[in-house]
Design a protein around this ligand. Structure first.
Ligand code: HEC
Ligand code: HEC
Length: 153
């Protein structure tokens, strides 16, 4: 009985080893390039596209409630600190020095009963660039076939 069990086990192990040996190896491919032991190199910094606030057409949204993409360059405005937010210089209201500005979505504001009160940003929306992203012309790392919901048949 014991010998039969041993023989069966050995046959099983031999079978598994043989199966492994014939599996063809996939060629190694990595998005970060190089070997796993190599130190990561910093990606090259890409310049923002867009001319500057007030000079760029808004980018059409691709699905409902998408945070709109930032069409203008954010050079000089991207440093959001704990006390300063340069985005709010323009976006807390719908005009600045007589020029029309896209005001933050009403969901970003503290809800107050007084409609005349100055708009106040809800603090969970402080870090604008965790949802809104400025544009570069970087190529996608991986091809994809995404179609926005407006164009889908
Ligand atoms: C000097 C004023 C100004 C500053 C500062 C500014 N913006 Fe803008 N932003 C605009 C204007 C004006 C537009 C409308 C598009 C245009 O004319 O460039 C716009 C467009 C946008 C849009 C697109 C809105 C839509 O409905 O499509 C987003 C999102 C945005 N800005 C986010 C930001 C963020 C985030 C920052 C800070 C990093 C910022 N903006 C700084 C003026 C400004
Ligand atoms: C947690 C994610 C998030 C953060 C943080 C955030 N937004 Fe938004 N924002 C959104 C979404 C989502 C929308 C689209 C809302 C919709 O249309 O339902 C939006 C819409 C907007 C719009 C267009 C408003 C309109 O009525 O068309 C502007 C401008 C904007 N945000 C600016 C800002 C600025 C400036 C900040 C920082 C002070 C900011 N947002 C922070 C998610 C965010």
């Amino acid at each position: 009985m014991k010998i039969t069990l041993k023989v069966t086990l050995l046959a099983l192990i031999a079978g598994v080893v043989a199966a492994c040996a014939v599996v063809p190896r996939e060629p190694f491919s990595s998005l970060r390039d190089g070997s796993v032991n190599a130190a990561d190199s910093a990606p090259t910094e890409k310049a923002f596209i867009g001319k500057g606030p007030g000079n760029d057409a808004r980018i059409p949204r691709t699905f409902a409630h998408q945070p709109p993409l930032i069409p203008h360059t954010v050079g000089g405005y991207e440093e959001i600190s704990a006390i300063e937010n340069p985005c709010l210089d323009c976006h807390i209201d719908d005009e600045l020095n007589g020029k029309k500005m896209p005001r933050v979505h009403r969901s970003h504001l503290v809800q107050v009963a007084n409609a005349q009160a100055a708009p106040v940003l809800a603090m969970k929306y402080w870090q604008c660039n965790s949802c809104h992203v400025a544009q570069t012309d970087a190529k996608p790392l991986v091809e994809n076939v995404f179609q926005d919901s407006a164009r889908r048949p």
